[in-house]
Design a binder for this molecule. Structure first.
Ligand SMILES: C[S@@+](CC[C@H](N)C(=O)[O-])C[C@H]1O[C@@H](n2cnc3c(N)ncnc32)[C@H](O)[C@@H]1O
Length: 272
């Protein structure tokens, strides 16, 4: 039974970390004049409204992306933060001030960076989310969509052709088994696709539930890898998710430096 809905969490601090990192990887893939394949194993529906009832109910976007959005003039420029804010602005042609209508999920961020010969493979298991995803991306012939288990699909669909590209794995971690499955899947995909960039998102939780150390221990030495983390509060069992991380195998050159420079600017705004 899948109960997680990203609409309640879109634009939170974890999305800021994940989407900054994703954009930085895609920008680096675009530098070479050679096509790439993007794979998103846990896609969600692709677009979110940060003014919607689910977003307002949790308030996570208000404590997350909307704090950056309210100060977007300060970040105007050509670095990664400026690019991220420009990207979101592109989905909101009418300036609504401090609030915002559309926020792109990872499929929309990936689509925005595709060139004519690049491809995108999207997977989503939830039956309502896959319907929205299909509606949102059906007009783009570079994109294929699969209603299937993203862990199984990530292994089955790699290595892609061409072999240049990125797998983003962003599970909901609804139960502890998801951690083992994510670790095993990353290991299996890396064996099949040793040159692929693999980016796995993981949450950082209170002491009694935190498994981020396990993820780093099992995957940190599988290949050339890096972990990029953002915390917004001290670790505590009362608080829930106080931060999150992206573990990246085969990171593009200077990825961590670029993303960490961006986090240095936006991290202080996201503190609880
Ligand atoms: C954190 S959300 C994805 C958010 C998205 N990557 C983004 O950044 O916009 C996780 C998604 O995975 C879906 N999901 C859960 N288990 C799955 C599985 N085994 N295979 C594929 N999708 C799954 C959920 O329905 C949910 O939409």
């Amino acid at each position: 039974m899948l109960s997680y809905r990203h609409a309640y969490h879109a634009g939170n601090h974890a999305d800021v970390l994940k989407h900054l990192t994703l954009l930085a990887i895609l920008q680096q893939l675009r530098i070479k004049d050679k096509p790439f394949v993007g794979i998103d194993s846990h896609s969600g529906n692709g677009f979110y409204n940060l003014g919607s009832e689910p977003a307002k109910k949790t308030g996570e976007a208000a404590q997350g992306f909307l704090r950056l959005w309210q100060q977007r003039e300060k970040f105007r420029g050509t670095d990664l933060v400026g690019d991220y804010l420009n990207l979101v602005a592109g989905f909101n042609p009418v300036d609504t001030g401090a609030s915002i209508g559309n926020y792109p999920g990872s499929p929309a961020i990936m689509q925005s960076q595709l060139r004519e010969d690049d491809q995108l493979i999207l997977m989503e298991l939830h039956s309502t989310e896959i319907d929205h995803l299909r509606d949102n991306f059906k007009r783009d012939s570079r994109i294929s969509m699969h209603h299937r288990d993203g862990f199984e699909g990530a292994v089955a669909l790699t290595p892609p052709m061409p072999r240049r590209g990125l797998l983003l794995m962003d599970p909901a971690y609804e139960n502890k088994a998801d951690y083992q499955q994510a670790i095993k899947t990353v290991q299996a995909v890396h064996r099949r696709w040793p040159t692929g960039i693999i980016a796995l998102w993981y949450p950082m939780l209170g002491q009694s539930r935190d498994l981020s150390g396990l993820v780093k221990q099992k995957l940190g030495n599988v290949a050339d890898s890096v972990s990029i983390e953002l915390t917004v509060a001290p670790q505590s069992d009362e608080f829930g998710m106080h931060g999150s991380g992206m573990l990246i195998l085969n990171p593009p050159w200077q990825l961590a430096e670029r993303v960490n420079a961006a986090l240095k600017k936006v991290g202080p705004l996201l503190q609880v």
